[in-house]
Ligand binder design. Sequence first.
Ligand SMILES: Cc1ncc(COP(=O)(O)O)c(C=O)c1O
Length: 472
Amino acid sequence: MPRYRALAEAIRLDIAAGQLKEGERLPPQRRLADALGVTIGTVTRGYAEAERSGLVSARVGSGTYINGATRSAHGSFSSFGHALRASKAYGLAPEQEGALPAASGVIDLTMSLPPPHPARQQGMAAALSAISQSPEALLRSVEYQNEFGDGSHRQLLASWMGELGMPVDPEELMLTQGGQNGITLALSALLAPGDAVVTGALTYPGLIVASAERGLKLLRVPLDKDGMDVEALARLCRQQAPRMVYVMAEQNNPGAAQLSHARREALVALARQHDFWILEDGVQYLPDEECGTRLYQMAPERTLYVFSTSKLLAGGLRLGVLRAPVEVLTRIGAVLRSHSWMVAPLLMETVCAWLTSGNATQLVEWQMEEMRARQRLARTLLAEWSPAARPSSFDLWLELPEGQRSQAMVASLAERGVHVTSAEPFCVGNEPPPQAIRLCLSAAESREALTHALEIVREQLQAPPALRPMTL
Ligand SMILES: Cc1ncc(COP(=O)(O)O)c(C=O)c1O
């Protein structure tokens, strides 16, 4: 067996034989590597493998320790037991290599990442193997392509989006280097420096930086539980003549606000009256039953829709799809050409091979079920503070109790190894951010790790950090 596995196995046998006892610290990795005459990478993987099996736990800055019998029996924070059960339910074959836990012991809930599952590596492997066996795919991967993406790829992505509840015409699509690239292309192609873009008071930070870079004037309207306040937008339109409104209709990031149907209708009417573009961001995917009518279906002539595989297949495989009225596609294509000529053909090929030969459908189903379970878990553990989230969303938004400060909460959680985000990076303009934190439940390595993190969050909410010293 590979050396790292042999090392993990040796740890297991030594525990079974009573030679390594609960609480005992394993030797520092460098020392063991030297003693065994192997690379430090082998020892790191071996320890990680042992941790994944629940035999040991890594503690930040302190070392790796032998676990007690119960923790090992339950797999500690390993996602593997759960992944295995879920995989069986969906006919996915897990491969142990996939479920490496964070060796640092830190639970990072700051990034909106798809929940880990070894099926992602399997999907990637299946896709690469399919490409390597297809002379046409290999040829397409090594050739220049046009700026919109290959026609068969656009067709495939259109039908996948249709299955996911987003019917689109392949003629109105272009492939982009991720959802962020879809946003920047839309801004660059349709707006000029100084133009006004409107968004909710808390918005996706990628829009904030992209607008600033292009010299656009980013304006905000208030948000409530029904999404963007369209009446406030109507008032703003009378003074500012925005050229574009950016909206995450199904779930605002951050927070969980979904734009109500009445507001969607009002927004579309306003867009037609004041002649602005709507940039609808659907990257944070939710299943169809949780979604309303998409704005691009209500106002196809003036809505651009941003979608990406980043939250469904894998963050590293960020193939974006930008849906736009055909009249403006050429303009957008010209910008993409000037930035990067085309999306890397191998990326398009890999995603498309995954969609045809891989496990994408089962993976998405598993993921949605997993997120519903994680959201239920969070709602139970944090019930007292009524967190906000959509049933299958990645994130959870927690308004802090009266008197608590988000920066202090973020810092005190980080001290205990749980990383979360305050409202600050999402703020448009210089209104003070609300005292709230965002927790990306999807980013935890497993439900067990998430439970541990949420218990720490609960403890901190119950015993908030001490008040800062007074100042004059
Ligand atoms: C709302 C929203 N839009 C766009 C993106 C960017 O997506 P991608 O990673 O595909 O560029 C993200 C990423 O988190 C997002 O949350």
